[in-house]
Design a binder for this molecule. Structure first.
Ligand SMILES: Cc1cc2nc3c(=O)[nH]c(=O)nc-3n(C[C@H](O)[C@H](O)[C@H](O)COP(=O)(O)OP(=O)(O)OC[C@H]3O[C@@H](n4cnc5c(N)ncnc54)[C@H](O)[C@@H]3O)c2cc1C
Length: 502
């Protein structure tokens, strides 16, 4: 039995902790805040309840596997998982609207044909077939296996089979997601649909490789899921599973230094100088935090991936409304911007700031557990904004929140009249919840793009130190962070020969 110190109680770290405890190790999680879950938090007020982190879950199989491997009760006995149908409604800049059924290719094709004109559905359906090929080619190395030592193979090879495109007598193939949208989808609304997936993950479609096509594919193929009571319930269930497996949690314990002995990780030190010795350390924190903990220690080997993407954050507005949620409301509506270039330039350009005309995701869960009674509704608005420390003030975020409410009015009639109060959650609030500078939210790892979209491996150059969660392989997002927990547990239990969890 080894003593294992886990830094941070984010979803990736807790997933690793539960698996390591089941393997017979003594696991203690040290969390700097007073609660578990990291970005998966909840705000409760006046009988309303809101997720302040992710509001939906994709690929629940990752958490099903976690619950299967760590106890008798399956995931479905611990949380109430429901498929979201329609998976999303889209309102495009020209006013066209379409509702896309959950996980049904034929249904999606028919809905797009009807809303956007004959042929649109076919083009999207053909795109999904190619995206599936990219997914099949990268699923194991990018999600289910530790990062290959020869990861450059993944970086050099574009897995998306782009359609040859004739331009100025030259034949080219789309290299970026924006080129896939422009050359293969050939409709600004389909382009917005595709690029919206990248933006929602904090990625710039103009530079994200065509391989990012796996993001819409993943949602399409495995469905969109809601956890009744809010996604925070998933964090609660994972935390409870950890406790049931005798993982110890020490809250309010900020790790300030990694202890080293004889060239390996030997434990952690806290702000008050106390130490906790350990045989293995698993760090589930952002890169800048980790760098401070290991100051002066080269933990990444030469040639190791250093994720170099422009970090993006989220601006979230929580709306408490009087009046019942209409029964035909979509759970998720994406209101696409009318100024695509302006939005991308604002979020990812050289002078970052929230976009004047943002793409806004409107979540309207039909969940009685989130409201004081049936005469009220809880609505969450999210926009992608740059991660930043100080460029935007609270006042400027309040202004942008007003802009987002203005956008949401297009799909929530009488919103302003119904509004009781609202709360704005800024990147600074996210930084407080996770410790990530500027409230940056990590994106999932992607192939191609010369490795710029990969995250560093879970093993480090310092024996005994592993990294878990959204900032290491296979990257950000609930399913990816959950997989990182499985990979770290595999690497510690089985050693460096561990080749994957399935
Ligand atoms: C608004 C928002 C929307 C999102 N939407 C989606 C979505 O739709 N789909 C999706 O899949 N994902 C989404 N995500 C991302 C997803 O929530 C994360 O990728 C996922 O939760 C993984 O988190 P993690 O394991 O990296 O831990 P994190 O959530 O980053 O938590 C890290 C933890 O470490 C702790 N910590 C930091 N430093 C120290 C220290 N020195 N000592 C001790 N503890 C420390 C922090 O306090 C925190 O609890 C969203 C995130 C946000 C914020």
């Amino acid at each position: 039995m080894a003593r294992i110190a886990v830094i941070g109680a984010g979803m990736g770290a807790m997933a690793a902790a539960a698996r390591l405890a089941v393997a017979g190790h003594r696991v203690t999680v040290y969390e700097r805040t007073q609660t578990y879950g990291g970005s998966v938090r909840r705000l409760e007020r006046d009988g309303f309840s809101f997720d302040t982190g992710p509001g939906l879950l994709s690929l629940p199989a990752v958490y099903r596997d976690l619950f299967l491997k760590t106890g008798k009760e399956p995931l479905e006995d611990c949380v109430d998982l429901v498929q979201v149908d329609p998976s999303s409604r889209h309102v495009f800049a020209d006013g066209t609207q379409v509702s896309l059924p959950n996980a049904s290719r034929a249904g999606v094709v028919a809905a797009l044909d009807e809303a956007l004109g004959a042929g649109a559905g076919g083009r999207w359906g053909d795109f999904l077939v190619r995206a599936r090929e990219a997914w099949d080619r990268t699923r194991r190395p990018l999600l289910e296996e530790p990062l290959w030592p020869n990861w450059q193979v993944l970086a050099d090879r574009e897995p998306y089979p782009a359609v040859p495109h004739k331009r100025l007598l030259r034949t080219r193939r789309a290299a970026t997601l924006a080129e896939v949208a422009a050359w293969e989808l050939r409709d600004p609304r389909l382009a917005a649909l595709l690029e919206g997936h990248a933006l929602a993950h904090g990625l710039d479609p103009r530079v994200a490789p065509a391989a990012a096509s796996v993001l819409p594919y993943l949602e399409h193929a495995f469905g969109t899921w809601y956890v009744r009571g809010g996604v925070r319930e998933l964090a609660r269930a994972v935390h409870e599973r950890c406790l049931a497996r005798r993982v110890e949690f020490v809250l309010g314990a900020e790790v300030t230094r990694l202890l080293e002995k004889d060239g390996r990780a030997a434990g952690v030190e806290f702000a008050d100088g106390m130490v906790a010795e350990a045989d293995f350390v698993v760090a589930g924190v952002a890169p800048a935090v980790l760098n401070r903990l290991v100051a002066g220690t080269a933990i990444r080997g030469a040639g190791e991936v250093q994720a170099a993407r422009g970090p993006a954050s989220r601006l979230t507005v929580l709306l408490a409304l009087r009046g019942a949620r209409p029964g035909d409301s979509a759970h998720r509506t994406v209101v696409h911007t009318a100024d695509r270039d302006g939005e991308l330039e604002s979020v990812f350009g050289p002078a970052p700031g929230p976009a004047a005309s943002p793409t806004v995701t409107v979540l309207r869960p039909g969940d009685p557990g989130l409201v004081p009674d049936t005469g009220h509704e809880a609505v969450t608005l999210t926009a992608t904004v740059p991660a930043e420390e100080s460029r935007s003030t609270t006042e400027s975020f309040a202004r942008h929140a007003e802009d987002m409410i203005g956008v949401a009015e297009r799909v929530v009639p009488d919103l302003r009249d119904r509004l009781l109060w609202h709360v704005v959650r800024t990147p600074a609030d996210l930084a407080e919840a996770t410790g990530a500078e500027g409230g940056a939210v990590p994106a999932p790892s992607l192939a191609a793009a010369e490795g710029r979209m990969l995250h560093p491996s879970n093993s480090t150059a310092l024996p005994g130190l592993f990294t878990v969660g959204g900032w290491s392989h296979p990257g950000g997002g609930l399913p990816h962070a959950g997989m990182s927990g499985a990979l770290v547990a595999g690497l510690i239990v089985e050693g460096p020969e561990f080749r994957g969890s399935q």
